[in-house]
Design a protein around this ligand. Structure first.
Ligand code: NI
Ligand code: MN
Length: 228
């Protein structure tokens, strides 16, 4: 069974594994670099890392159209259930894991704020470690660098997806340090080039990853896929 990661621009990813489609932080309709619109994607599960607009914007319409289950920290899962009538939600919290039909999802801490668009508290920002078959994939989501990433990397990671945009998250410099802590086989950049303030030279970043870490970088264009 192979797992395919498709970058839909910004912090949005589609993970396909054994016929299951998992969306992370769908933000498509108002995202300048998105390769498709929200009504063009299918999902069985939608993982939500935190409450900011550029991560939750398209969650409810996709969840309702597809009957997808929203997986998020308790506050955000409850917000989608109560304020957006999303029928299926799984609320969890930092450090917790849940077995789902496609594999295991563990919620990791992220250092970031998390207010929802209507001012509700989104609890704490998070990332995810997905275990699918033999693969372990870490999505740092919106976060700064933190030294506990070395613990997240313990046990081995097939891939790590890190923000490199700077300003709202860690930038290229800290993502190189994060890569050194995580020691994943592959590392992929995200959360950059969406707008001018988070523009980055991904090829220069990839060169630094090759030179300064043991991990292999893969730079995708929005719409591009990586097969694990
Ligand atoms: Ni954010
Ligand atoms: Mn963001």
């Amino acid at each position: 069974m192979s797992t395919r990661l498709t970058w839909l621009g910004h912090g949005t990813w589609l993970i396909e594994a054994g016929g299951t489609k998992i969306l992370l932080d769908p933000f498509l309709d108002e995202q300048p670099t998105a390769p498709c619109k929200a009504d063009q994607v299918e999902a069985d599960f939608i993982l939500v890392s935190h409450g900011h607009f550029d991560h939750v914007a398209d969650v409810a319409p996709i969840a309702k159209r597809c009957g997808a289950t929203v997986v998020a920290i308790y506050e955000i899962a409850t917000w989608f259930a109560e304020k957006h009538q999303v029928a299926n939600t799984v609320g969890m919290n930092l450090g917790g894991g849940v077995a789902l039909p496609f594999g295991h999802v563990k919620m990791t801490p992220a250092f970031h704020s998390s207010q929802l668009p209507d001012g509700s508290s989104g609890g704490h920002a998070s990332g995810f470690v997905l275990t699918i078959g033999e693969e372990r994939i870490y999505f740092a989501c919106d976060t700064s660098l933190f030294s506990d990433m070395q613990w997240i990397g313990r046990g081995g990671l097939t891939a790590a997806v890190l923000p490199i945009g700077d300003l709202f998250t860690m930038g290229p410099q800290d993502s190189v340090a994060a890569t050194q802590l995580l020691k994943a086989e592959h590392v992929l950049p995200a959360h950059y080039n969406t707008w001018e303030p988070i523009a980055q030279d991904a090829e220069a970043w990839a060169e630094r990853i090759r030179r300064e870490t043991e991990s292999r970088p893969t730079v995708l264009d929005p719409g591009g896929s990586f097969e694990l």
